[in-house]
Design a protein around this ligand. Structure first.
Ligand code: XLS
Ligand code: NI
Ligand code: NI
Length: 441
């Protein structure tokens, strides 16, 4: 095959904001990077990020059929040269999309070698090009991660493998991925434990596996100090797939694990919509759980399909969903080190390079609208005043005293014996609130 020499997207110019009336499918209608929302630019609120794995490595196969993706720049080999060429294409894409960030796994960007030393060498050779392209374009690394799930050595888990040498290998891989992430100025480092769980409890020592998982995370925290990496670590909850049960099953399970093993100061959560729904929760629920614990770090923006019960990783287009996301994110102080990271893939039928643009433009516009709508809800204040009113009894002397710890079961019993019955409840007004939210859409 003759070597590809770009550009990879010759027909695409830099994507620009053209406003809601534009009929140009290669333009933003709502994402206007410079526009201020609550005093901050949309760029800084949303911190959009493109994922390397789906956008540049996913062949678009499914369990019933081979990959369909047409990627003319990719010669299909596992060579370092091909990987380096792909980096140039990735940055051409992200630059034209005006995405300020990207995210990767070690094994998406560089091919795995026959030995760990060879894999590390390959990663260095590709990281060199990543660095050049970051410097050329100003695009930054949102987070890096190690792929501790694809290789067959990780069939029983990585940190939670019953095989101690597999744990050691995973540790070595994390060390290297952390070094490369740090060297590229990565603003975060993520752990997603795709195989950190079980297929069968009869053969599983859960207590030991959880201890081992915590050990690996502590080693990462210690090593970060050694190399001067000061960014956050993220844990990404997901209940299942590929294993029957993953220990990081949802936000609450992750928080419990982090507290149990004294990791709360070092980790925040990276929440993914399709993982929330697989766990039987809404994304809004997961964001509220993480946010109220002060542990909201970043989001993997995607969506599932109501009729397909698996991690379909579709691009988010539902404005109700993005409004919920941005409302919770604004409520908890916004994304600081994290971003809106499109952990999403185009459908198997959308196999052309151009589809990658349409998908991301749609996701960015959907989040921009969600941001504007959430800000409008907040500015208007009607929702907040309903919520304030709902909890107003907690501002009464009794409510204040209970919150301040001035009461006991006995003192409250005394009070209620005197009163006989609690004050009548007020309506929750759910339907009225739902109507009110629709006013802004
Ligand atoms: C898989 C996860 C994965 C993580 C990174 O379902 O979403 O892509 O984000 O390892
Ligand atoms: Ni993800
Ligand atoms: Ni996922």
């Amino acid at each position: 095959m003759p070597t590809f020499s770009g550009p990879a997207f010759p027909d695409v110019e830099t994507i620009r904001f053209e406003g809601p009336d534009s009929r140009n499918p290669l333009a933003f209608r709502h994402y206007n990077a410079e526009e201020l929302v609550e005093g901050k630019s949309m760029r800084d609120h949303l911190r959009f990020s493109v994922v390397y794995w789906h956008t540049f490595r996913n062949p678009l196969g499914d369990p019933f059929g081979v990959g369909t993706a047409v990627r003319p720049w990719d010669d299909g080999t596992e060579s370092v040269e091909n990987a380096q060429r792909r980096v140039r294409v990735a940055f051409e894409f992200m630059e034209k999309l005006t995405a300020p960030y990207y995210a990767f796994h070690d094994r998406d960007v560089a091919p795995e070698g026959a030995t760990l030393a060879e894999s590390n060498k390959n990663l260095d050779a590709v990281a060199k090009v990543l660095k050049e392209e970051q410097q050329r374009t100003g695009i930054k690394l949102l987070w890096g991660t190690a792929n501790l799930f694809s290789n067959r050595r990780y069939m029983h888990g990585a940190a939670t493998s019953p095989n101690a040498e597999v744990f050691a290998y995973a540790a070595a891989q994390v060390k290297k991925a952390l070094e490369v992430t740090h060297d590229l100025g990565g603003e975060g480092y993520t752990f997603w434990g795709g195989r950190e769980g079980y297929q069968c409890l009869w053969n599983t020592d859960m207590h030991r596996e959880l201890d081992h998982l915590a050990k690996l995370l502590h080693m990462a925290v210690d090593y970060a100090k050694e190399i001067g990496y000061t960014g956050p670590f993220y844990i990404e909850p997901k209940p299942m797939e590929p294993t029957k049960h993953q220990y990081d099953s949802d936000a609450a399970a992750c928080l419990n694990f982090l507290r149990q093993y004294d990791l709360m100061d070092h980790f925040k959560l990276n929440l993914e919509t399709n993982h929330a729904t697989l766990a039987g929760h809404t994304m809004q629920h997961e964001l509220e759980v993480a946010g109220s614990a002060g542990s909201l770090g970043s989001i993997d923006a995607n969506t599932g399909d109501v009729l397909l019960g698996w991690d379909t990783d579709q691009f988010p287009t539902d404005i109700y969903l993005t409004t919920q996301c941005m409302h919770s994110i604004l409520k908890y102080g916004g994304l600081t080190t994290g971003g809106v990271n499109f952990d999403a893939k185009v459908r198997r039928e959308s196999f052309e390079p151009l589809d990658l643009f349409y998908a991301h433009i749609g996701g960015m516009d959907a989040f921009a609208r969600g941001l504007k709508i959430a800000a409008a809800i907040r500015a208007d204040g009607r929702l907040q005043s309903i919520v304030d009113e709902r909890y107003s009894s907690w501002s009464s002397p009794l409510g204040k005293d209970i919150e301040a710890g001035k009461h006991s079961l006995a003192s409250l019993e005394k009070l209620m014996l005197e009163k006989g019955e609690a004050t009548a409840n007020a309506s929750g007004r759910q339907e009225m609130i739902e109507n009110l939210i629709n006013d802004y859409l």
